[in-house]
Design a protein around this ligand. Structure first.
Ligand code: UDP
Ligand code: MG
Length: 318
């Protein structure tokens, strides 16, 4: 197998037939440009517990299309885990990850492959332009990547998603990383080797709506930061130090008032402020520690990352 293409799919029934058609068009393109025959390319669709007709549509298509496989997860495991399941199942010498909503044009894949042949292990697609996204999405994404860059020492390239091609050795390292809270683009940067960018234009969703709800986005952001940085924990201790020092100075002032003046009785408001401030800082720090603790807890359970219910493929594959 020369090339595997991993496509996560979650409630995308409106797109699938078009998606599969666009993906299948890649086979002749690869034959012509790189001499890679259709049988050497597998296209893996990971059904991430869709509740619509995505699975039946994929199933019926994969019975007629050779080289198409459908991995059906037991429930919705989330985008990053769906990708992981696909990458672990992939058998190609090179593995591509691409979103199933056609925001990333499949026709870019041969370009990524060509770039990889120049001697790179990872070619990530970097967006020059993002069409049809809400102002809120663009702004939160920008804020997140800038914050991530400040807080972590792995260099996660700006304006990239998971659309990329990886060599077998990168895939093998990635598969050997068992962490549960996966922030794949960060993990791949962390792996290293020769990585480079390929610029492309990101389009609007072909149909349907985003599957990343606000809560999924938040979880994703917290996962990204906590898996690569313990700076938030340190912020908690700096905050503690700052408040302790301020408290100490204030205590000196209060003692001074008590000893040398007669104005000690007032002070309900300042007391309240101090109590609230301290309480807030403590809860915040506890919460932060809790976030990391919860992650240690999750890791210690050693559960499998995903559960594959079935894998469907054309009888002609075997
Ligand atoms: N996706 C998935 N599981 C999920 C959420 C999304 O497999 O829980 C898939 C989705 O079908 C799509 C890709 O991940 O192919 C990216 O999702 P989406 O386009 O909704 O995210 P956005 O582009 O809005 O960030
Ligand atoms: Mg999308």
């Amino acid at each position: 197998m020369r090339l595997s293409i991993v496509v996560p799919v979650y409630n995308e029934e409106a797109i699938i037939s078009h998606l599969v058609e666009r993906m299948e068009n890649l086979r002749p393109m690869f034959k012509e440009r790189f001499g890679i025959i259709a049988e050497d390319i597998e296209i893996l669709y990971v059904n991430d517990g869709s509740r619509d007709n995505s699975l039946p549509i994929l199933q019926s298509m994969c019975y007629i299309i050779k080289g198409m496989r459908v991995i059906n997860l037991s429930r919705n495991h989330g985008h990053q885990i769906a990708i992981t399941a696909g990458i672990e199942t992939a058998r190609g010498d090179a593995v591509v990850v691409i979103d199933g909503d056609l925001q990333d044009p499949p026709e870019t894949i041969p370009e990524l492959y060509a770039k990889m042949l120049e001697g790179y292990d990872v070619v990530y697609a970097q967006r020059k332009k993002r069409e049809g996204e809400t102002f809120f999405k663009l702004w939160t994404a920008k804020l997140f990547y800038r914050t991530l860059k400040k807080l972590t020492n792995v260099d996660v390239p700006l304006d990239t998603g998971d659309f990329r091609i990886m060599s077998r050795r990168v895939v093998d390292v990635l598969n050997s990383m068992p962490e549960k809270h996966r922030f794949i683009r960060g993990m791949i940067s962390w792996i290293g080797f020769n990585q480079t960018a390929y610029e492309y234009e990101r389009h609007e969703r072909f149909a349907g709506s985003t599957k990343y709800t606000l809560s999924k986005m938040l979880k994703f952001a917290v996962d990204g930061i906590t898996s690569f940085s313990s700076i938030p924990l340190r912020i908690a201790s700096y905050l503690g130090l700052f408040i302790a020092v301020t408290g100490f100075l204030y205590a000196l002032y209060v003692i001074y008032l008590a000893l040398f003046t007669h104005s000690t009785a007032v002070g309900w408001s300042s007391l309240m402020v101090v109590v609230l401030l301290l309480g807030g800082a403590q809860l915040l720090s506890l919460g932060l520690i809790g976030e990391y603790l919860a992650r240690i807890h999750d890791e210690s359970k050693q559960r499998p990352l995903f559960i594959i219910e079935d894998i469907y493929e054309s009888p002609k594959n075997r």
